[in-house]
Design a protein around this ligand. Structure first.
Ligand code: NAD
Length: 262
């Protein structure tokens, strides 16, 4: 299997923590040059320090960009240069009743979750096609298919990514560029860990009991009945971005522990 990413450069949106950081770390450990991204210089600098501690001599840099602000995206695209691997990872959600979700909330989730990938792909895909090599990966979610009622706006944006990714893959016909999507299930990021600990504290249960209860009631179809690790998502993402995944194009890969069902 060819996972040699030595001559490649990747940009990962929203990568100062969570799944994005795990993907960046895995790519960097395989020799790939990585460009991290977050909303503030402080968070980007902190993530770069961490990466340099965790990976021997990584080739890395960072770019600040808030994907809720179009003007910052224009500036980012000017600074980015040539990219071989684009990971559209950034994603935000509101856990809210449909009737209480404002138009602004819908718009913000659409802008950050969908339009970030649209704008980055619009500039970077033509360059990949010109050099006849590239990988674009969208990080969607199990919610694209499950559509939990309390995450409706978020879920709609994640379903949209399936269409966007499939459509863009059609533009790569006859080239060595691929566009794919990964659908992670519930994943143990710092945010998820904090949520579990907060519920445990509130209910007097252990973190393990809260996790067990969540899968019993909220994700009953999950076959693994546990949160996934960020590394499990990163491993799938790295494979799809590697030279070995050259025949995988236009695919939506569920890394959801079976939560979506058959
Ligand atoms: P996270 O909430 O931990 O955030 C990761 C990064 O995104 C951080 O670096 C944060 O600074 C950055 N970010 C947030 N808003 C931004 C913005 N407007 N502009 C630029 N950067 C911004 O994310 P995560 O939980 O690791 O999720 C990563 C992706 O995976 C998202 O698209 C999410 O929808 C998807 N996902 C997550 C889970 C999960 O359980 N964590 C499950 C399925 C899918």
């Amino acid at each position: 299997m060819d996972l040699d990413l030595n001559r490649q450069k990747a940009f990962i949106s929203g990568s100062t923590s969570g799944i994005g950081y795990a993907i960046a770390k895995s790519l960097a450990s395989l020799g790939c040059e990585v460009v991290l991204n977050g909303r503030t210089q402080e968070s980007v600098d902190k993530a770069l320090v961490k990466l340099r501690e965790e990976v021997p001599e990584p080739r890395c840099s960072g770019l600040v960009c808030d994907f809720a602000d179009t003007s910052q995206i224009d500036a980012l695209l000017k600074d980015l240069g040539s990219i071989d691997i684009l990971i559209n990872n950034v994603g935000i959600y509101t856990d809210q009743d449909f009737f209480e979700t404002s138009d602004n909330s819908w718009t913000e989730q659409w802008e950050v979750n969908v339009m970030s990938g649209v704008r980055l792909s619009k500039t970077l895909l033509p360059k990949m096609l010109k050099k006849d090599y590239g990988r674009i990966l969208f990080i969607s979610s199990e919610c694209a298919v499950l559509t939990p009622w309390n995450l409706l706006a978020y879920s709609v944006t994640k379903t949209a990514l399936l269409g966007l990714s499939k459509g863009l893959s059609g533009l790569t016909k006859g080239s060595k560029v691929t566009v794919n999507t990964v659908l992670p299930g519930s994943t143990l990021t710092d945010g998820a860990q904090n949520f579990l600990e907060a519920v445990a504290k509130k209910t007097g249960q252990s973190v393990e009991q809260v996790e067990k209860e969540f899968f019993k009631t909220d994700r009953p179809n999950s076959l693994i009945q546990r949160f996934e690790t960020v590394q499990e998502i990163a491993d799938a993402a790295v494979f799809l971005c590697s030279p070995s995944a050259s025949a995988i194009n236009g695919t939506a890969l569920r890394v959801d522990g079976g939560s979506v069902g058959g």
